[in-house]
Design a protein around this ligand. Structure first.
Ligand SMILES: CC(C)(COP(=O)(O)OP(=O)(O)OC[C@H]1O[C@@H](n2cnc3c(N)ncnc32)[C@H](O)[C@@H]1OP(=O)(O)O)[C@@H](O)C(=O)NCCC(=O)NCCS
Length: 177
């Protein structure tokens, strides 16, 4: 972490670098990268969208996070809403900051960069809570989210076109340290 700095990221202008990191960290094929590119650029038109990057001294992007205040009319929210409502938990969709993506280049993982990216982003949110979705397995991402206070709200949520089911997690802000 010593040589890597977390700070504001102009994600729209560096979307290709960010997706290259995501492709390595998360595993994305060329077609998925192109689809994600359009989605990211559309998300960034949301006035509340904010991004942070982790960069090396030479300016290489090795991690990024972005998110925005939840809007129940957005696609992600409309997919998870029926499942949350069935559990009486859909209040989590109001006044919540959604962490949309968090990825760290494999060569730079396990140095505290992911934790710094998500805590710095959410510390600046005005909302009292944060929600996100993560593949419903025992992954490093899920361990990180749990350690920050996120708990499973609903599990086995199926997003159209996604190969694996997701867990929707929620945490009060500020996140635990
Ligand atoms: C999830 C991810 C962003 C974490 O980034 P990172 O910089 O490696 O995370 P950190 O070094 O800040 O580690 C924070 C915590 O994550 C958890 N964690 C990280 N790597 C882990 C591993 N290999 N196994 C288990 N837990 C792990 C731990 O709880 C760790 O806390 P600790 O160091 O106090 O034990 C990174 O693993 C990644 O990019 N994964 C692939 C993409 C992905 O799944 N993104 C999330 C999509 S929902």
């Amino acid at each position: 972490m010593d040589d890597v700095r977390v700070g504001p990221l102009d994600l729209a202008s560096r979307v290709d670098e960010a997706l290259a990191v995501q492709a390595l960290a998360f595993g994305l094929g060329d077609e998925e990268i192109e689809v994600r590119r359009h989605i990211v650029l559309r998300h960034l038109t949301n006035p509340g969208a904010r991004a942070l990057g982790a960069t090396t001294p030479t300016g290489r992007l090795v991690g990024f996070v972005y998110g925005m205040p939840n809007d129940r009319s957005h696609w992600w929210s409309s997919v998870v809403e029926p499942r949350l409502r069935a559990e009486g938990l859909d209040g989590w969709l109001d006044n919540a900051f959604v962490v949309t993506e968090l990825h760290v280049h494999p060569d730079y993982q396990k140095r505290g960069i992911g934790r710094e990216l998500i805590t710095t982003l959410t510390d600046r949110a005005e909302q009292p809570r944060s929600i996100l979705s993560a593949i419903d397995t025992d992954s490093p991402a899920r361990a990180l989210y749990r350690s920050l206070g996120y708990r499973d709200l609903v599990r086995r949520v199926v997003f159209p076109n996604a190969a694996s089911p997701y867990a929707v997690m929620g945490a009060p802000l500020p996140l635990l340290r």
